[in-house]
Design a protein around this ligand. Structure first.
Ligand code: SAM
Length: 340
């Protein structure tokens, strides 16, 4: 048996478990807190950006992923901030794609720069993209994001499709009296154009006192789109996430619901986050973090890094503590640093 096959087998025996017997195999990395949009509900716009020396370098991210892969992580999502804003981002994708044990690299992006980079990202080893889009109306896009760039996002979606960064998932956060009247337009896209649309409940991240006023529940969305037909459960969409998928009869695309507020999915949680400034964050909606940047910068060896990763996994809570409309455990850390 060749050494490569042997080492692959050894690696496959590795698995990372938290204290609640959940297997953690998925790393979500915020590669920058910078963003080229200022979405009204996202905290990026109100924060002072981190300095370049405060965020993890590509080499530090690579080291971390390499060690995590030895422990059983096999999927990586790159997010931010806007990941495509970070110079030479394709280089990072290539570095991660070269790590033994990582078999799925995906990207969450607002799509604005995607048509420029789609081809080289695919070639570098990126498998698929999630694209955030909250409205199909140009004037509203400008109002929500502060920029007149809807056309660029739509071009980004087309490019991703053309080069095969699939499945493409379109993430929409419906907000009361802002874009909730468009949930049906997005649903129609699953029928007419084969889009995979996911509605995400607004979460209290970086909002004062965990305020989620304006959040539209999945139940409300289902009511609004039911006139298009009966939703049938669908299981064929590749991914690592908590979405529940459905299809309208005859549709090529799918409808997904992500329900962190009305029906949390913590029992299925398989992820560990890396903040852009180098902390391991076991839960998006809880403030605990374990610093890994200092260890990476002081030349820590594999064993020390493994201990830090295991420590972060050990403190994953059984579930987040969101309670009705208050989030006692949410903190002021903005989404762009944690990685949305
Ligand atoms: N810039 C990239 C993008 O736009 O996809 C990645 C980062 S962005 C923070 C990731 C996702 O988080 C976006 O889909 C955005 O709509 C979502 N998001 C931001 N704040 C949120 C909140 N409070 N609740 C739910 N989703 C949120």
């Amino acid at each position: 048996m060749s050494e490569t096959i042997q080492s692959k087998e050894n690696r496959m025996k590795q698995a990372l478990y938290d204290s609640w017997h959940r297997q953690v195999n998925y790393l979500r990395i915020s590669v920058t807190d910078h963003c080229n949009l200022n979405c009204i509900y996202c905290s990026a716009s109100t924060m002072l950006p981190l300095k370049h020396e405060d965020i993890l370098s590509y080499e530090e991210i690579e080291t971390l992923v390499r060690v995590a892969a030895e422990m059983g992580i096999n999927k990586v999502r790159l997010t931010g901030g806007e990941p495509l804003m970070r110079p030479h981002f394709t280089t990072l994708v290539r570095m991660i794609a070269g790590i033994d044990g990582i078999d799925d690299i995906s990207l969450t992006t607002n799509g604005i720069l995607l048509s420029r980079y789609a081809e080289e990202l695919k070639e570098a080893g990126l498998k698929r993209v999630n694209i955030s889009l909250d409205t199909l109306k140009p004037d509203r896009f400008k109002r929500i994001t502060g920029h007149d760039r809807l056309k660029d996002v739509l071009a980004g979606i087309e490019s991703a499709d053309r080069v095969g960064l699939k499945p493409i998932k379109i993430n929409m956060v419906p907000l009361e009296n802002i874009n909730d009247d468009e949930v049906i337009d997005f649903a129609r896209k699953t029928i007419d154009e084969g889009w995979n649309v996911r509605y995400i409940e607004f979460m209290p991240i970086g909002t004062p006192n965990g305020d989620i006023s304006g959040m539209v529940t999945t139940g409300q969305i289902k009511e609004r789109i039911q006139s298009l037909g009966e939703l049938v459960s669908y299981t064929g969409l590749e991914g690592n996430g908590p979405a529940r998928y459905y299809q309208f009869p005859g549709a090529k695309g799918t409808i997904g619901f992500i329900t962190p507020i009305t029906e949390h999915f913590c029992h299925t949680c398989n992820r560990l986050r890396v903040t852009s400034d180098g902390n391991l964050r076991p839960c998006l909606l809880a403030r605990e973090e374990v610093n890994v940047k200092d260890a990476l910068r002081s030349g820590a060896g594999k064993d020390e890094l493994k201990e830090i990763i295991q420590k972060a996994v050990n403190i994953k809570r059984q579930q987040h503590n969101l309670d009705g409309r208050l989030a006692p455990d949410a903190d002021d850390r903005p989404m762009c640093q944690i990685g949305g």
